[in-house]
Design a protein around this ligand. Structure first.
Ligand code: PGA
Length: 265
């Protein structure tokens, strides 16, 4: 039986100034403290805009909440105006990075090939955990293409990781987030059973590429209109290890509620 630690990841997108982020961190730390945080709570990370990362990492330092970025470039450095390299994230004590979010794929042309390269770079960096996002459009779902679209997005990532020479222990750090595009920010979430179908298939694919041990260790999240009211449904499914949460991660009260709902036994 796998013992995967649950992960609740907030994705703030392009919300919150540095001051707002620090205020959130202070409030979360104090609320969590009074609720005896840390005992059985899941691992928690806030993925914030680049401009808030430094302040957030400082404010969360003693809290056990991790800080993540929302993208990064695959090159170690270079003439890539507006981009940020892995070493720059690690320099700020950033320990997670979202890769291939559907908004980055749509608005910033983050391709499957780039996501694959970035995944390799992130897993090679000590202490950095990539959250690789995949998901189908409404048309894909309605026309029965969900599984093939997801497999098509993951295949380049798995192939690149397989060829990278990265050790099994590091590969096990990989986090995948299944986020149906039609469920993001719409209030229209996937049913837990449908999410489990896709996430179970992702675990099977992981098994095919890397074998059982890694497939059982890799954490797979659901994302798309997750709220305190529905998170328990997803966590009740055997292959769903947590959630990637946009809107409901922006207020301390709802983020704390998500953590409460995700407590272990
Ligand atoms: P949402 O966003 O929770 O607001 O639907 C999820 C995401 O984009 O990661």
């Amino acid at each position: 039986m796998a013992t995967r630690q649950r992960l609740i990841a907030g994705n703030w997108k392009m919300y919150k100034t540095r001051a707002e982020a620090v205020a959130f961190a202070k409030e979360l730390t104090s609320v969590a403290g009074t609720r005896k945080a840390g005992v059985n709570w899941p691992q928690a990370v806030i993925c914030a805009p680049f401009t808030a990362l430094y302040g957030l990492a400082e404010a969360f330092a003693a809290s056990g909440v991790s800080v993540g970025a929302q993208t990064m470039h695959q090159a170690p450095e270079g003439a890539y105006t507006g981009d940020v390299a892995v070493s720059m994230l690690r320099d700020l004590d950033v320990t997670f990075v979202i890769l291939g979010h559907s908004e980055r794929r749509l608005y910033c042309a983050e391709t499957d090939a780039a996501v694959a390269e970035k995944s390799v770079v992130a897993l090679k960096a000590a202490g950095l955990t990539p959250i690789v996002c995949v998901g189908e459009t409404l048309a894909d779902r309605e026309e029965g293409r969900t599984q093939s679209v997801i497999a098509g997005q993951l295949d380049p990532v798995f192939t690149a990781l397989g060829q990278s020479g990265i050790a099994a222990a590091s590969l096990s750090r990989l986090v995948i987030a299944y986020e149906p595009i039609w469920a993001i920010g719409t209030g229209r979430s996937s049913s837990a059973a449908d999410a489990q179908d896709v996430i179970g298939a992702i675990r099977t694919l992981t098994n095919k590429h890397f074998g059982r041990e890694i497939a059982q260790a890799v954490r797979i999240l659901y994302g798309g209109s997750v709220k305190p009211e529905n998170i328990a449904l997803y966590l009740g499914e055997s292959d769903i290890d947590g959630a990637l949460v946009g809107g409901a991660s922006l207020q301390v009260s709802s983020f704390v509620e998500l953590l409460e709902q995700s407590k272990g036994d």
